[in-house]
Design a protein around this ligand. Structure first.
Ligand code: SF4
Length: 649
């Protein structure tokens, strides 16, 4: 179906004379990463399914004409509709979401929907999306999106809308928070500024938003906070890349926020991203505290001045980073931080130096990443000139044990190996407790008040005790109590938060950075053999195929169902696969080519058994039987294109 045909199929005019356009906006599911905090979401925090909602889509929805019907689906908290009633489907995404964004765009476009690609990755690399979407929206949406909407209504949408000018954030409307299921997120996003004055070589933010920070007015932010207050939100993340990029504007905002908080009984806990030079500005720090910012994320990157010079992060050179961290702590503000290894100046000794710094600084949420060259950044261009780029990997998540360039002073393999070792060392119980001790010595009593009701707080404490403390044995309990002993009771919530964050990251490290490839492969083989033996007859009849293979060092087990199976098969297989997933980092693919009505309930039971490990389970259902079974794509990876029938090793 071509574009004109699809547009003609759109809804007829409504009574007020406008053609009613039904728009579905989708935020694709993220692959699991450190940022998912999956363990805490699944085991500890009641009712939460993701960390932040898709603010960009809520802003885009606000830019649509008032007579458009807009729906937002965030696949990280709810399933996607496979046959939606929609005239346009917009799929956004960051680089880390590219695979799923591509899959969704292809799926809906093949089914005749008008699809639009957008988001930060499409803004940086629109050329990757032009073959995938009917229209690509590249750059900030405030001006170009209404143009697309008008063109669409006229029946003449263009293949590419690219913002080349400067967008004033005072023209940005309040996001349509009402279209999001805010209660499912731990923290709700809000934006004050875009752009950053610095020039870090690896940074794609300044490529996208420029080096002159642009801001909303404090009153605009106040109106957005009003909307969040009405919806009962307490925890707000200013997603600015550097909230203090324009210190004067930041100061005005903070004064406004401090007053707002006073008038509204300190409704909100705020967090944001800032550059480390915040520590140089006592007045600004006081304002952060007065406005109730309880945490900030800082790109510390490295404590080695030569690495910082190399990457042009000169703002981090102005004072000793440890001193800066402690200064911020003394204002009652917790620090989450990003670190990078793999600079040309770095050697294998740099990993130990990073570890020592992180420990001394007491930073629990330490996102250590391998240097990654994102397209169109100065780093990418330099490495390209030096012929050091590797073909793999613009994956956009730099906390994976692989990257896309050849390091200068160590081998690639040694770098990745030391990277994994560093993470394993950072997330032992002793290291978690040690960092808490070091932080709590410096952290002045934070203003933090829990956003959870008393009942939920008790639930969190009970779940932490069961799944976190007791599951770790008596030594972990002793370490936790040791942390509590050295801290005033008012600081105990902070200790609890840090242990939850630490164990969440430890869980990720254990599943993703533990070198148990051989063991996992053996376990997957053993599970496959047991299933083959038990269901030899069904395999002989061609109703069942079972294969295993090793992909990127990870064992995969594939089950393909071509015919009816007994009830016992689903129960026994669920039990077997669950055990495999619990004991190893293996992944499972379940492909259903046939499903008779009586079997639907059995498959549902099998999926229920696998749901706790859903991030490692892919499900394919043939189009012909898809209506019989609903698979929640926010729990499992719901495959939208057919897997290989026989994925041989
Ligand atoms: S301080 Fe942060 S946002 Fe600014 S240029 Fe450096 S990495 Fe980018």
């Amino acid at each position: 179906m071509d574009t004109v045909e699809r547009l003609n199929n759109a809804q007829p005019a409504s009574q007020d004379g406008y053609r009613r356009v039904r728009m579905l906006l989708i935020n694709p599911r993220f692959r699991e990463s450190f940022w998912s905090f999956r363990w805490s979401l699944e085991r500890i925090l009641p009712g939460k399914r993701a960390i932040n909602p898709p603010l960009g889509l809520a802003t885009l929805a606000a830019l649509c004409p008032a007579h458009w019907d807009v729906t937002i689906v965030d696949e990280n908290v709810e399933t996607i509709p496979l046959a939606p009633q929609a005239d346009i489907i917009g799929v956004c995404g960051m680089a880390a979401q590219f695979d799923r964004q591509e899959e969704l765009l292809r799926y809906y476009r093949e089914r005749g929907y008008y699809v639009v690609a957008g988001g930060s990755h499409a803004s940086l690399c629109p050329e990757r999306f032009e073959p995938l979407a009917d229209s690509v929206v590249a750059g900030e949406a405030e001006y170009i999106w209404p143009t697309f909407c008008a063109d669409f209504e006229r029946g003449d949408p263009q293949p590419l809308y690219r913002e080349t000018g400067v967008v004033k954030l005072t023209d940005s409307p309040p996001p349509r928070y009402d279209l999001l299921r805010l209660e499912q997120y731990t923290t709700v996003s809000l934006q004050f500024s875009r752009g950053c004055p610095y020039r870090c070589e690896f940074c794609d933010i300044i490529v996208m938003f420029g080096r002159r920070p642009r801001t909303k007015s404090p009153e605009q932010v106040g109106r957005e906070l009003d909307l969040l207050r009405e919806r009962g939100v307490h925890s707000v993340f200013f997603v600015d890349d550097n909230l203090i990029g324009n210190k004067k504007a930041a100061g005005a905002l903070l004064e406004f926020l401090a007053d707002y908080q006073r008038r509204h009984r300190y409704t909100f806990n705020f967090g944001t991203e800032v550059s480390i030079n915040l520590a140089e500005d006592e007045a600004l720090l006081e304002l952060f505290r007065a406005a109730n910012f309880t945490w900030v994320f800082i790109g510390i990157e490295s404590a080695d001045p030569e690495s910082l010079k190399e990457t042009r992060k000169t703002q981090n050179l102005r004072q000793d980073p440890l001193h800066a961290v402690r200064t911020i702590y003394r204002h009652g503000i917790d620090i989450l931080a990003g670190f990078i290894v793999g600079f040309d100046n770095d050697t294998l000794d740099s990993f130990a130096a990073q570890s020592r710094f992180i420990e001394a600084a007491g930073i629990q949420v330490a996102m250590v990443g391998l240097l990654t060259a994102l397209p169109h950044t100065p780093l990418y261009e330099r490495l390209e000139r030096e012929h050091r780029l590797l073909p793999a990997a613009g994956h956009g998540d730099n906390t994976k044990p692989w990257t896309n360039f050849v390091p200068a002073r160590m081998s690639y393999e040694a770098m990745v190996d030391h990277y994994q070792r560093l993470y394993r060392a950072l997330f032992t119980d002793a290291a978690i407790a040690g960092r808490i001790r070091n932080k709590m010595r410096e952290l002045r009593q934070p203003n933090y008040t829990s956003e959870y009701r008393l009942r939920d707080r008790l639930t969190i404490a009970a779940r932490f005790a069961t799944h976190g403390l007791l599951a770790g044995g008596p030594l972990r309990v002793a370490r936790f109590l040791g942390n509590l002993r050295t801290v005033h009771p008012r600081g105990w919530p902070q200790v609890l938060i840090d242990w939850i964050a630490g164990l969440s990251m430890a869980d990720y490290v254990q599943r993703h950075f533990t070198r148990d490839d051989e063991r996992t492969r053996r376990l997957a083989e053993r599970a496959a053999s047991a299933l083959r033996r038990r269901w030899a007859q069904a395999m002989g009849a061609g109703h069942l195929h079972i294969t295993t293979r090793l992909a990127q060092g990870r064992a995969e087990l594939h089950l393909l169902l071509n015919g009816p199976m007994e009830r016992a098969f689903y129960r026994g297989t669920g039990h077997r696969l669950r055990r495999l997933l619990r004991r190893s980092g293996a992944t499972v693919t379940l492909a259903l080519n046939s499903l008779c009505a009586e079997q639907t309930a059995y498959v549902e039971q099998l999926l229920d058994a696998l749901a706790p490990y859903g991030t490692r389970v892919s499900v394919w259902i043939d189009e012909h039987v898809r209506t019989r079974l609903a698979v929640d794509s926010s729990t499992f990876h719901l495959m939208l294109s057919e897997p290989l029938a026989d994925p041989r090793p």
